[in-house]
Design a protein around this ligand. Sequence first.
Ligand code: PAN
Ligand code: ZN
Length: 190
Amino acid sequence: MEPFSRTVDLATGKISGASNHWVRHLSEMRDMYQDQGAVAEILRAGDPLIYEVYEIAVPEEEGQLIQCVTIIHPGRVGSEYYMTKGHYHKKRDRAEVYLCLSGQGYLLLQTEEGASQAMELEPGTAAYVPPHWAHRTVNVGDRPLVFYGVYPADAGHDYEAIEEQHGFSLMVCERGGRPALEKNPHFKRR
Ligand code: PAN
Ligand code: ZN
């Protein structure tokens, strides 16, 4: 294949000429938030867009790299901030790099062996997700959280493992107007 380039709008995260643009609304991840009363109340009024992803697709084969930008909109479900579903890579030994372009957030990470970490994201943060670490991002600001990512094209996404574990062991909630890291009371180690 031929080399190519695309342009990422550093403020909004939009990639002109992206091959895919997909969106995730609250109804598609309703079980991922703790406060099911708040989920039901929000969904009665509408179905907010939680996040969207622009992807530069390449053949999903070993050696190729997928570039993408994620935009998580600002908001909360109860006290929990808007976040991604989060996943392990299907091929567990595939790593990933995120570069935060704008906004404020957290990257939550965990392994199947029980390790967990939270990393703050702000413009300029280059975060490394090593092989075997599940990852979820959370927007704690009042503007969109935008980050660029690049990962092996054959990595794949395993969302089921996260659902089985009832999410991540850490969660980020608003307490007294500020984000606080808390233990997820429903988390189950695999
Ligand atoms: C990212 C994520 C993106 C959306 O590109 O796919 O931020 O999050 P979910 O996939 O968890 O819904 C990535 O980590 N790719 O591997
Ligand atoms: Zn990933």
